[in-house]
Each structure stands twice: as C-alpha cells, then as structure tokens.
Design a protein around this ligand. Sequence first.
Ligand SMILES: Nc1nc2c(ncn2[C@@H]2O[C@H](COP(=O)(O)OP(=O)(O)OP(=O)(O)O)[C@@H](O)[C@H]2O)c(=O)[nH]1
Ligand SMILES: [Mg+2]
Length: 201
Amino acid sequence: MCKKYIVFTGRPNAGKSSIIREVTGLDVATGKRPGTTRRISKYPLTGDLFLVDMPGFGRMTKASKDSEDRMMDQIIKFLEFNAQNIALAVHTLDISTFLEVTWRLEKKGFVSVDVEMVQFLANTLCEFPLVAANKIDKADKDEIEANLKELMCRISNGHPLPVTSYVFPMSAKTGEGLAALKSAIHERLVAKGYRTPLKVR
Ligand SMILES: Nc1nc2c(ncn2[C@@H]2O[C@H](COP(=O)(O)OP(=O)(O)OP(=O)(O)O)[C@@H](O)[C@H]2O)c(=O)[nH]1
Ligand SMILES: [Mg+2]
C-alpha cells in the first residue's frame, strides 16, 4: 500500500494540532507552550490516507538553533520526498500576530516563515495549499482584516490564483470558520478521488 498524506504545517503554537482535533476528531496532543508536537506524527484515517501532524518550525524559546535547523530539515525532506503522495497540505498560522511578526522579521531582512512555507508548498506540491488563518478570536475585527490583507498580498506574490479561496480565517478555540476549512479539505479530497474521512454536513 502506498500511503497518502494530509499534512499540517506551521510555526510552533500556531494551532495545528488543535485544528486537527476539531476537523478529524483525532486525539492529538495540544499544549499551551510552543513545541508540543515534537516529531512528524502520522495517524491513519481511512484506506491509504494518513494525517500528518508536523512539529512547529521557526524560533522556539527553549530549543537550540541546531535542533530547530534539524527539525526544519526533516520537515522539508519529508515534504520533498513524499510530494507525489501528499493528497493535501494545510498551512496553519496565527493571523492575530501575523503583521507584527512579519514586520519584525522584515526589519532584520528576513521573509516571514509563513509566507516562505506557503510558497514552498505551492512550488513543491504544484498546488496552492489551504491556509488556516487561525486565532481570529485573539484580536479585534479590524486588526484581523488588516493582517489577512497583508497575508494575502504576500503569499500571492507572482501567483496567478485568487488566494482568497485558499485562505480560511478561523478559530480552533471558538469554532468560527472551522466548517469552511473542513468543507474545503473535504472537497479537495473528493475532487482527487479520495474516500473522505471527514463528516461534513
Ligand atoms: N485563542 C486561541 N487559542 C488557540 C487557538 N487554536 C489553538 N489555540 C491554543 O494555542 C495553543 C497551541 O495549540 P496547538 O494546537 O498545540 O499548536 P501547535 O501548532 O500544534 O503547536 P506545536 O505542536 O508546538 O507546533 C494551545 O494552548 C491551544 O489551546 C485559537 O484559535 N484561539
Ligand atoms: Mg502540535
């Protein structure tokens, strides 16, 4: 059997595991501190389909630079090696702090890790990933709107597709926007001929 994967990527603490719990019902570990998911964790769904909960990548307060680099390396290798067998990628980010974090990085001459990862996934998988713009409950509406606008502007850089249909503002905590993401995952899997494991209304 050739395994097929639904992968969730994102920085530490973005809410990957929380979204996986809500969307699939899988009992994956979540935690208040960054670095809860420590290895590439695969969970069987239906048939040959597996869900992959990735560790977070990017700066973590307690991790050494070496272990962060090693983790990023493992994630990149997994994605490149399995590109043909990735049924779907969902990149998760904390939209409530997106601009603040992005500006801080840009001042130092770096590109947002989230923007880089979305573009890396689009290039490696030859398909734009779904983007879960999580934690909308953590800032007011205007701030979230401004952050979403900047996110879309940055990730669509040179991309001809209308990214609005790929970005899902949501909160794993309140459940807002979760149904839209779940439907999009379901629809993409069905379109590719997978027997979908998700129960959508
Ligand atoms: N306010 C708020 N908190 C959230 C939301 N989603 C997740 N959290 C919280 O954020 C923290 C991190 O959630 P996880 O799901 O463990 O995040 P993760 O991306 O899997 O983190 P790592 O495994 O460390 O990479 C937990 O305390 C969650 O309860 C959200 O939409 N809103
Ligand atoms: Mg996790």
